[in-house]
Design a protein around this ligand. Structure first.
Ligand code: ADE
Length: 423
């Protein structure tokens, strides 16, 4: 039963109570965001501002939306991927927290884009994207909805790449903060978050044993590093494929086997794409894969695995378990594609754990506040998260974990900042 109104389009409002429990459970692991929320409630930095958010609609995102709402923002939220919505959470946001939410797990492409448009029709002052779909729509088909926008925030690597390309062409129409590029975001969320949640998604979808498997990780950015590290931790033999020489070298020295994909394709039991690019696994790779090979993607878009190529090679497709489509090739080999090639960690599991999203969303919240205060001093460019915000999020996270660290003495500080003291 879906309900569509000005206040939202969600699967089923009766799921709201379960959604509240999920949101509260996640909140326990998000102490930094909670501190920010409490301050926002007192200071209302977003009073009078409308924020359009296009994020994975999870219990962690709900905690971010509540912090922004408590800071005075009027919010409209839609999904940044058709398969990542937690329907209970979406229902709770509308019914229990008064946050307009347009997101249904499994929505088709048309509904997905309708939801994006609906959110933009609120004529927001700020955009908060995960993958730059709001920005793309505002700079394309719906530039009539741009009039109030003062600035935006972007959560993920792929979105930042799209924004930088827009800015390089001189077409970006408002300043955007690349939240992804904060140290307290990508060192942790991309590495430990994607590392753990990708294995979680594949495990939930397939119930495979990782120990002894050959796992091919395609892409060795922060996400790939995390996935490879965690796969090895589970006892897998890890193979990395990478197009960048330095990253490939790093993978080799981190102890993974490094080779061309055409060679890895013959060896792998499980293939995981985390490149941010397209066709990292294509039909010529699939042609030489072993019977039973499993293909999963944890990059932002569903173009990293050439699904059309697989369809062309295969005689039939059967859904053998939820999130597992088995393609039978004309030579009888079976190739298993997980989660329709969409982000497997969010499709088949719950995305990154709350404790890591605590930092990413603290960065989001503080960047949004910075944008609200400083937009008049910014150009239509992509900005890094201010260093003091990044440092503060790191400091608060450490504090919340009960970890104390040393401070430099004046003498040590002076030494580190001088050029004239040698041996
Ligand atoms: N991206 C990855 N994991 C996520 C989560 N749990 N919530 C929101 N966005 C995410």
């Amino acid at each position: 039963m879906t309900t569509n109104s000005n206040s939202g389009d969600v699967l089923d409002h009766s799921l709201a109570a379960a959604g509240v429990n999920r949101i509260n459970w996640a909140g326990r692991e998000m102490p930094v965001l909670e501190q920010i929320r409490a301050r926002f409630k007192k200071e209302t930095p977003f009073k009078g501002l409308k924020i359009a958010a296009c994020l994975h609609v999870t219990s962690e995102t709900a905690n971010l939306m509540i912090a922004l709402r408590d800071g005075g923002a009027e919010i409209a939220l839609c999904a940044s991927n058709p398969l990542s919505t937690q329907d209970e959470v979406a229902a709770a946001l509308v019914s229990e927290y008064g946050i307009k939410t347009f997101a249904i797990k499994g929505e088709d492409t048309e509904t997905y884009y309708n939801h994006i448009t609906t959110v933009l029709e609120t004529k927001p002052h700020m955009t908060m994207d995960d993958g730059a779909d709001l920005v793309a729509m505002l700079h394309g088909e719906r530039n009539d909805l741009m009039e109030n926008v003062i600035g935006g925030m972007e959560e993920t690597t792929t979105g930042v790449i799209r924004l930088k390309s827009l800015a390089e062409e001189g077409k970006l129409k408002y300043p955007v903060i690349a939240v992804n590029d904060a140290d307290t975001k990508h060192f942790f969320d991309n590495r430990y978050g994607t590392g753990q949640s990708t294995l979680d998604g594949i495990t939930r979808a397939t119930n495979i044993l990782w120990a002894g498997k050959t796992v091919v990780i395609i892409g060795y950015g922060w996400c790939g590093r995390g996935v490879a590290m965690r796969a090895r931790g589970m006892g897998a033999n890890t193979v990395v494929c990478e197009v960048n020489h330095i990253r490939a070298l790093e993978a080799a020295m981190d102890g993974h086997q490094v080779m061309k994909m055409e060679d890895a394709a013959k060896l792998g039991d499980i293939f995981i794409t985390v490149t941010g690019g397209m066709k990292a696994v294509d039909s010529k790779h699939v042609e030489v894969m072993k019977d039973g090979a499993v293909l999963a993607n944890s990059g932002h878009f569903n173009v990293e695995i050439d699904i059309e190529g697989i369809e062309n090679l295969s005689d039939s497709r059967t859904e053998v378990r939820p999130y597992v489509d088995q393609y039978t090739m004309s030579d009888g080999r079976r190739i298993n594609l997980l989660g329709e090639g969409r982000l497997i960690n969010l499709a088949a599991a719950e995305g990154h754990p709350s404790a890591v999203m605590d930092m990413s969303f603290a960065d989001q919240a503080l960047s949004a506040e910075f944008m609200a205060n400083e937009y008049q001093n910014l150009d239509n460019q992509v900005y890094v998260v201010p260093r003091d915000i990044d440092n503060e999020v790191g400091r608060l996270k450490l504090l919340s974990m009960g970890i104390e660290i040393d401070e430099l003495s004046d003498e040590q500080e002076k030494y580190l900042n001088s050029w004239n003291t040698g041996t």
